[in-house]
Ligand binder design. Structure first.
Ligand SMILES: [Ca+2]
Ligand SMILES: [Ca+2]
Length: 139
């Protein structure tokens, strides 16, 4: 519980910083609680989202670009070997799919999350395993 609060506080700080640096019109809640019925038709927001628990639960992170090391993230702390659900709501185009790698620096085995897809739980063998990701056109 203490750790969750720390993560949320850090996320709030980073969100504030991000909003100050960009446009205030993209404000979004750091606690995602979209109803299950929405998951089939994901609204594109340009981000890949991951969560600590299945069903979009617990701590969350999102990126619009690549991330080579899930241990260190601005605003959402350590997500290394913790990801249990994920959503690709990136914009469709040339780099619309997300490749999740088992190791940092995009090394090792990977799984591909297609554009617009939501994994309520990770594929077999991938719970608490992802350590980095990149955008691509590989699914
Ligand atoms: Ca987890
Ligand atoms: Ca890993």
């Amino acid at each position: 519980m203490r750790k969750t609060k720390t993560v949320l506080a850090a996320a709030a700080l980073a969100l504030t910083a991000a909003l100050a640096a960009t446009t205030p019109s993209v404000a979004s809640s750091s606690v995602s609680s979209a109803p299950a019925s929405v998951s089939a038709a994901v609204m594109a927001d340009g981000y890949v989202h991951v969560w600590e628990h299945t069903g979009a639960g617990g701590a969350t992170c999102r990126w619009s670009g690549d991330d080579s090391d899930y241990r260190f993230n601005t605003g959402c702390g350590d997500m290394n070997d913790k990801v249990s659900s994920a959503r690709n709501s990136g914009y469709s185009g040339s780099y619309e799919d997300v490749l999740f790698y088992e190791n940092t620096e995009r090394r090792g085995s990977f799984v591909c999350l297609p554009n617009g897809a939501y994994w309520e739980s990770m594929p077999d063998g991938w719970n608490d395993r992802v350590s980095s990701h990149s955008w691509g056109s590989a699914c």
